[in-house]
Ligand binder design. Structure first.
Ligand code: ADP
Ligand code: ADP
Length: 228
């Protein structure tokens, strides 16, 4: 479903951030992307989102080489590939319901679809009864769950989570992990970049480790594998 073939990224300053990456990601997989700072994790994510362009190689997403997309086509890619961030990035002046609905409105969804889909998504992340509240009324874990609901409301094929538990305490982090695992079991691929050793070790999912721009490990039911 997603395949990197001979992907290399060299930044303008000459840094080789990714070196000849080859990788296949299947539908519904849960993957952790790990590695020391500077290993190339963010670059990997940016190439998938087309925030950066590869220097060479191709990236097939759903049958299409996304390195070939024009600027005009990129918004469509961002519906297939959705992302949540460490800092949530919710709209503070909108309720939870409105935060999730807004993501559908910008894609031109009908009011009817929105009324159907938004409550379903809030239910999936366990926040049905909080729909009318504002982000400032929520805990960090709840904010992250809203941001996940918003990210999946347009049914992406892959959800990228960039350090999604980085701002959360351990208990809250596990609430977020349960939501992510639930979503992956329903068929959405999850790619989570993280330094959370305890989470990676307990979850026992596929682990891809990057170091200096190379994949140095790719293991099913893997562990974090670094000292923290
Ligand atoms: P990670 O997310 O694993 O910390 P990055 O992908 O951010 O790794 O960085 C990989 C390498 O590319 C590092 O050496 C970093 O300094 C370099 N790098 C990242 N972004 C840029 C950029 N915009 N311009 C130049 N070098 C960059
Ligand atoms: P399931 O839904 O499969 O019954 P849970 O969703 O309760 O299991 O937990 C998922 C995984 O996360 C389990 O492997 C469990 O050990 C781990 N886990 C859940 N909560 C915590 C926690 N607070 N601290 C450490 N590990 C946890």
């Amino acid at each position: 479903m997603i395949e990197f073939s001979s992907i290399t990224k060299v930044y303008d300053n000459g840094v080789h951030a990714l070196k000849n990456i080859n990788l296949k990601i299947n539908k519904g997989e849960f993957l952790f992307l790990v590695g020391p700072s500077g290993a190339g994790k963010s670059t990997f994510i940016k190439l998938l989102l087309r925030e950066e362009q590869a220097t060479s190689g191709k990236i097939m997403v759903d049958g299409e080489d996304i390195t070939k997309l024009s600027q005009r086509q990129i918004p469509y890619l961002r519906r297939k590939i959705s992302v949540v961030f460490q800092d949530f990035r919710l709209l503070e002046d909108k309720t939870l319901y409105e935060n999730v609905a807004f993501a559908m409105q910008v894609t031109g969804a009908s009011p009817k679809e929105i009324r159907r889909q938004v409550p379903m998504m809030l239910g999936m992340v366990g926040l049905s009864d909080r729909a009318k509240q504002y982000p400032h009324q929520l805990s960090g874990g709840e904010k992250q769950r809203v941001s996940i609901a918003r990210a999946i409301v347009n049914r992406p094929i892959i959800l990228i989570a960039d350090e999604p538990t980085g701002n959360l305490d351990p208990d809250t982090a596990w609430e977020v992990m349960k939501v992510l695992r639930h979503i992956s079991r329903r068929g959405t691929t999850i790619l989570m970049a993280t330094h959370a050793k305890d989470i990676v070790d307990v979850m026992q999912q596929r682990v891809i480790a990057l170091e200096k721009g190379n994949i140095v490990r790719d293991v099913q039911r893997g562990i974090y594998g670094y000292e923290t």
